[in-house]
Structures are given as structure tokens and as C-alpha cells.
Design a protein around this ligand. Sequence first.
Ligand code: LER
Ligand code: MN
Length: 267
Amino acid sequence: MKLSIVLSTHAAAFQAVAFKGDFEANVAKIAGWGYDGVELAVRDPKLVNAGELERVISSHNLAVPAIGTGQAWGEEGLSFTSDDEKVRAAAIERISSHVPLAAHLDAIVILGLIRGITPEGQTHERSMEYLVEAIQACAAAAEGTNVRFALEPMNRYETDLIHSATQGLDLIERVGADNFGLLLDTFHMNIEEADIHDSIRAVGDRIFHFHVADSNRWYPGAGHLDFMSILEELDATGYDGFVSGEFMPLPDADTAAEMGLGFLRAL
Ligand code: LER
Ligand code: MN
């Protein structure tokens, strides 16, 4: 099992990003604990020095399995489903601008909060149409590259759009692109799925990436999820990607990162 943890390239407002601050020192710590990769949270690839980033990461023998993009929603309000055409276009443009960096790092591009929330006065179906169009545009922008996009079903308290694996699979049908799949996150699945195992099995080879946090969004082992059976189910799908820690920096970021890794390795 290849394990990674989320690391922001800049200070991040999203509270489940465990590591913010000094990038190189954090990469060194993550490698030192024995993680195999770092999942990068990048608000805008323009603000990232790709050469320097790659130097730091490869000097610690780490992979970058995925790039998270949600800060563009959290900090700039970019959204695939805004009622403002300019905002939708800017969101598509921003996600498309991740393709060269993702291609270089061989990383999945995550579509999480960038899908937005249905604005007042707009129907849910209109949001879904915008969402499908936006993902199709991004998928087309990555054609001819190795880059794949993974939409993350997220719990009802964060968005009204795509909560479950079933809804994610319907969206895959509507989008109709081979380079589009899902990111499953145990924290969200624990809230939304009737049965986490059935959902993992149903998504199967369309699982492009996998997030772990326990039921309380602390590190795995700190809550009541049965990670042994969850990871066995994931393995049975043939998934050979990373299992990526995205949990609260509690009781502090270093302790959470070490405890989560220790718990998962012991399994
Ligand atoms: C992002 O990966 C995620 O899981 C969301 O809960 C962000 O708010
Ligand atoms: Mn997640």
C-alpha cells in the first residue's frame, strides 16, 4: 500500500490540510516518517515554481499522486456551477492550467470543492448541466496527456452536488470521458454511503484516487472506521494508486501524520 499525505504549497484555509507553512521542511518530515508520496494542494499553478517543487520532492524520493484544487473555491470563489459565466470560465481555465504540472508530476487532478454549490435561484439540474460541461471541457484540455481528473463525492454539509458513489457514477456516464473518474474519501463515505464496501466495489476501476480520515476526520485509528475491511475492499478492485491521508492536524500536525502512518502500516 502506497501512502501519501496532503501538503499545501501555500498557507491554506481548509482545516483538514494537515501541513501548511514551510514546504521543504514539511517534505523532509513526511519522507522521514516513511510516507511514499505527498498530495499537493495547489490554489493556482501559476504561483508555484514547478522546477523548485520537483527538486524538493524528488530529492526526498517522494511521488506526487494527486493535486488538490479546492483552495481556488475557498479563497477565490471559483466554481464550475456559478451563475456567472465569467466565474465558470475562470474555474475551467484554472483547472485546465493544472494539466502541464500534473502531466509533469504524473499526478491526478482532484475536482472537489471547485464544483461549487448551487447559487440561490438556480436549479439543481442547471448546476448539473454546468458541471458536466465544465468537466468535459477540462477532460478535453487534457486529451493527449496522461492526466486524469477525479471528482470527489462530498458530504451534504459542504455541497449540494454529488454526495455519493452512485451519483458520481451517474456523472461519469454523463461526462463520457475516459480520463474522468472518482476520488473516494472515507470521511465523506462514512456520512453518505449506505455501505462503504458496496460503494467501493461499485466504483471499481473508476476509483482514481483515495482519501483516508477516520469517522471524526482525525487520523486513521482515532475514530471508529474499520480500515482493515475498507482497504481490503479497495485492494480487491485492483486499485494500485495511493491511499492519501487528509485529516485534521490534531492533536497537532506531526502527531497526526505519524499516528496515521503507523496505524495504516500496521494493517
Ligand atoms: C477535499 O478532499 C475534501 O475532502 C473536502 O472535504 C474539502 O472540504
Ligand atoms: Mn477528501
